[in-house]
Every structure is written in structure tokens, then in C-alpha cells.
Write a protein that binds this ligand. Structure first.
Ligand code: ADQ
Length: 497
């Protein structure tokens, strides 16, 4: 069947809505990693995005329609909201998704709260998403579902008797068999994944883990093929299983980093922290990102290598995330305590070892940090991919940046030739890597960074999208031609943050 339109389904829509004290609703394009990745694929190509609005406030039908129209003009694609209740959000998102699946796949089962009520609501909310998909798509649509919050969508479509071509991409890791079997709903989850026509993972490691689980837990299913794409033969259809490492819009990052606006800002940052190498950490607030261990490693480097005092500053930027969850709040407090302690211990006149920023940076600020910092310290305990590592390289336009990267980030599979790979649990090992990066000769920096930039440029976000779509529907981005989909209309002042 000829696919004519792309429909993306994810928990959140690509916009944030807010209610002003006057009662007026405002709308801002959302800036998560998925939006960065998929916006270019849908924009002006007649695409649509289905997801939750992200607000718990109720809205009148006419307000909602106006807001969606406005959002569509801002983003360039149609937006179709899924209504979720307070209870849905609590049990499906904060519950099953973030207290069970998230820690489980990141090899932290002791953080899981296997509350059976969470599963019931997870199923129910996935069914709600399936209903919105069914109502807004037809058989010619390709329905591309994203991430661990929505594993059951294709299963529910099938239960409803709705035929759609479906693909699923898991942005987070897939755990090894001995981790996955701890999940009380392991059979339901595996079965649900096998309801899609294509299941994509970030790395070959994740794909291998998934296939191992299918082979061990579902011996009647046959998995064949050892190349890039494997096939699982279920009783009623064939599921393609592949690894598609997600990436960034390399060209856009590199070009934006070269603008005079970013250059000026980058210069100001460095001029305020003169005669030292700047080490950058940029992470969403999350225990998987390894921030406390990273701070310990940084302190260890200061302890063991006093010659580095005054010569380097760590700029740790943390993006607020999941703040309603007590665990995240206590992680924030722990980071702040450690930053205070390390600064208190090593501060000298004119030099603080750590600058700590806890907020969302504007794009220009973020690019300026990427551009001006000599070293990036990306040390997640486990990560599906980690886009920060790729963004830093793309913005290192003089090829003089050094990337210190956790071997447990999906990005390590692609960037191992240029990055200094570290085990984030090895405090002295990371401290040694910091010293090595600080002392690295310019030739070596250039050689390594060039390799990484070339690889990211070749395997950019468009490569990712095309690889997935070609596997799923034998089409690529160019075959969803640009169209005049929305009548451009100016966005009202005050609607952009
Ligand atoms: P995340 O866990 O959110 O994504 P990551 O890939 O690092 O992790 O993306 C974070 C994004 O947020 C980056 O684009 C970064 O620029 C941005 N960001 C971080 N801090 C910021 C700040 N203070 N201000 C503004 N922007 C900030 C999940 C998986 C990852 C996977 C992605 C994409 O956990 O492993 O790489 O999806 O598939």
C-alpha cells in the first residue's frame, strides 16, 4: 500500500501550553530531543503529531481547536491532542513509565516500584492513544510510535481491528535478558512490541538484548537474519528488528555555532573564565546521567593533580526534569551539596572549580557553551544514545574539542574512535581522563574531533529518519514531498518564550 503521510505518536505533543493569569492560553514549541529530531521530517510535508498536550488544566473545545491551529502554524505540522487525566499522568507516566520501565532498562532494578496498579493504567492510557490514532489516520498512513511510554499502541490498534502500518522506536536502552525477566509484565511487553511491523533500537547491543529475550521467553517465535535487520516470524505477521542510532541535524548545529551571535556569546563566556580550559557537562536532571559520580571524579582529579588547580573549570548545566518526583528533587539537592562542598574545598582567589547552572538554556546559550568549552564530560551510567555528545562535536567547529564519553552511552558505539571512553563508575579512571583531555596536544585533538564530526555528519538525523522509513515502508524523506500545508499567519507577540 502506498504510504502518503507520516504520523508521529509520542507521549507529549511538540508544544508546551501555558495559561496566563489573564486566563489566555499561550503556546510555545517544545524543545525536547524528540522534537529536535522529528520536526524536520514532518514540517511542511503534511505530517501530523499525536500526543498529550502537557497540561492538566481543562480547556474549552473552541480554545483547544484555536490553540491546535496556532500550534500547527508554529510547528508546520498538524497537532492532534490526547486527553489524559491527572490519574493517568500519575500512574502511567510517573508510575509505570518512570518508576518501572525507566530504571529497569537503565540496569537499576532496585529503583523500580512494581506497583500492579501502574500496569492497569499504562494499558488504559496506551488504548487511549490507539483510539486517537485510529480516529485520525487511514490505512495509507505510516504510524511511527515513539518510546517506552507507548509500547502497547500497535497491540491496541490490532485489538480494535484497525489495520495500520506501524513502526516503533525505543529511545532508551533495551536491557539484557537477566534484567528484563524481572519485569512482571515481560510477556505482555514482548508481545506488544511484536505487534509492530518494525521495531527500532538505538544500538546493536539493544537489538541483541531484545532478540535474546524473544528467543528465551517466546521459543515459538523464529528470529532469522544476522545483518542490520533481523526478522521475527510471529504466527500472523513478520516483524522487522533493526538498530537505528538516532542523531542530530549536524548542519544546523555547525552553521548556528559559526554565527557571530554565538561567537560573541562564546567569547564572553571564556573571557569571564580566562586562562583555563572549560569542561562542560550538560544533562537533564536524572539519576542515569551520572552527575554525582562525575562530580566525585572531578574532585578526585583536583585532589590527585594539584597542577590542574586554576587551570580548569567545570561548567555543569542541569536541565530541570521530573521535578514533581521526590527522587529527582533529592538528586538535585545532592548535586547542589556536592558542588558547594567541592567549591568550598578548592576555591582560590579568582578561581572556582565548578560553575553550576540549573535551568533550561536558550539555544544560543547552549551553542555558545558547546562552542567555547574545550572539553565535554558526558558520563551517563547508561544512556540510549546521548545527543549532547553529538551536539558538542557538531559545534566544535575548530576541531579543538575533546569528548570524554561513557562507554555505556549508545553514542560510544559510533564515537569510540575519537572520544576518550571511560567507565563512569571508575572515579579514578574518569579523573585520569580529565587530566589526559586537559593535556592533549592540539594535533591529537584535531584528529579525533575530525573523525567524530565526519561520522556524525554522515549519520545525521536525516540519515536516521531515512534508514528507519526505508526499512519500514521502502520510502525516504524526499518521497514525502514538501507541500503548502498551512496558510502562514503571524504568531501573536508574547507567544514565544
Ligand atoms: P534524554 O535522556 O533527554 O533523551 P539526551 O539524548 O542527552 O537525553 O538529550 C537531551 C537534550 O536536551 C539535548 O538535545 C540537549 O541539548 C538538551 N538539553 C540538555 N540540557 C539542556 C539545558 N540546560 N538547556 C537546554 N537544553 C538542554 C532520550 C534518551 C537518550 C536519547 C534521546 C534521543 O534517554 O539516550 O539520546 O532520548 O533518542
Amino acid at each position: 500500500m502506498e504510504t502518503t503521510r507520516l504520523t508521529v505518536v509520542s507521549t507529549r505533543l511538540a508544544i508546551a501550553v501555558d495559561r496566563e493569569p489573564s486566563g489566555q492560553w499561550t503556546i510555545t514549541p517544545f524543545s525536547g530531543s524528540l522534537v529536535t529530531a522529528l520536526g524536520p521530517v514532518l514540517r511542511d510535508r503534511g505530517g501530523q503529531w499525536i500526543g498529550w498536550l502537557g497540561t492538566r488544566d481543562t480547556m474549552e473545545e473552541t480554545n483547544l481547536r484555536d490553540l491546535m491551529d496556532q500550534g500547527s502554524r508554529l510547528t508546520g505540522y498538524a497537532l492532534k491532542p490526547v486527553n489524559l487525566t491527572e490519574e493517568d499522568i500519575r500512574q502511567y507516566s510517573f508510575g509505570f513509565s518512570n518508576q518501572i520501565l525507566w530504571p529497569l532498562v537503565h540496569d537499576l532494578p532496585s529503583r523500580c516500584n512494581f506497583d500492579p496498579a501502574y500496569w492497569t493504567v499504562y494499558e488504559r492510557v496506551n488504548a487511549k492513544f490507539a483510539e486517537v490514532v485510529a480516529a485520525n489516520t487511514c490505512e495509507e498512513d505510516y504510524v511511527w510510535v515513539h518510546d517506552y511510554q507507548l509500547i502497547m499502541v500497535a497491540h491496541h490498534l490490532k485489538t480494535m481491528g484497525i489495520r495500520r502500518q506501524t513502526g516503533f522506536f525505543l529511545h532508551i536502552p533495551f536491557p539484557p535478558l537477566d534484567g528484563f525477566v524481572k519485569l512482571p509484565w515481560r510477556f505482555q511487553v514482548l508481545n506488544a512490541l511484536l505487534s509492530y511491523d518494525l521495531v527500532g533500537f538505538q544500538t546493536m547491543r539493544d537489538r541483541r538484548n531484545f532478540i535474546d529475550c524473544v528467543r528465551m521467553l517466546m521459543p515459538k517465535m523464529r528470529v532469522v537474519g544476522h545483518g542490520q535487520i533481523a526478522r521475527c516470524l510471529t504466527p500472523d505477521h513478520e516483524v522487522l528488528i533493526g538498530a537505528f542510532p538516532i542523531s542530530i541535524d549536524f548542519k544546523q548545529f555547525a552553521e548556528a555555532a559559526a554565527t557571530s551571535e554565538v561567537e560573541d556569546q562564546a567569547w564572553i563566556i571564556h573571557a569571564n573564565l580566562p586562562e583555563r580550559q572549560l569542561i562542560l557537562g550538560v544533562d537533564r536532571l536524572d539519576y542515569t546521567k551520572g552527575i554525582p559520580l562525575r562530580l566525585q571524579a572531578f574532585a578526585n582529579a583536583l585532589e590527585r593533580y594539584p597542577e590542574l588547580h586554576g587551570k580548569m573549570t567545570l561548567i555543569q548545566v542541569v536541565l530541570p526534569s521530573r521535578e514533581e518526583v521526590p527522587e529527582y528533587e533529592s538528586l538535585k539537592r545532592e548535586i547542589e551539596r556536592m558542588v558547594g562542598e567541592i567549591n568550598g574545598r578548592f576555591n582560590q582567589v579568582g578561581w572556582s572549580p565548578i560553575q553550576y547552572i540549573y535551568r533550561s538554556l536558550s539555544r544560543m546559550e547552549l551553542l555558545a557553551y558547546y562552542r567555547t568549552c574545550e572539553i565535554a564530560l558526558v558520563t551517563p551510567l547508561k544512556d540510549g544514545m546521548n545527543l549532547v555528545a553529538k551536539e558538542f562535536c557538531a559545534c566544535s567547529i575548530e576541531n579543538n574539542g575533546v569528548l570524554i564519553l561513557s562507554e555505556f552511552a549508545g553514542a560510544a558505539a559510533q564515537l569510540h574512535n575519537g572520544a576518550i571512553l571511560v567507565n563512569p563508575f571508575d572515579i579514578e579512571g574518569v579523573a585520569d581522563a580529565i587530566r589526559r583531555a586537559c593535556c592533549m596536544e592540539s594535533d591529537n585533538r584535531h584528529r579525533r574531533m575530525e573523525k567524530m564530526r565526519r561520522s556524525i555528519q554522515r549519520h545525521d538525523i536525516f540519515h536516521w529518519v531515512n534508514a528507519f522509513l526505508r526499512t519500514g515502508i521502502h520510502k525516504d524523506l524526499d518521497q514525502f514531498p514538501r507541500i503548502e500545508f498551512f496558510v502562514p499567519s503571524p504568531v501573536q507577540a508574547g507567544h514565544e518564550r
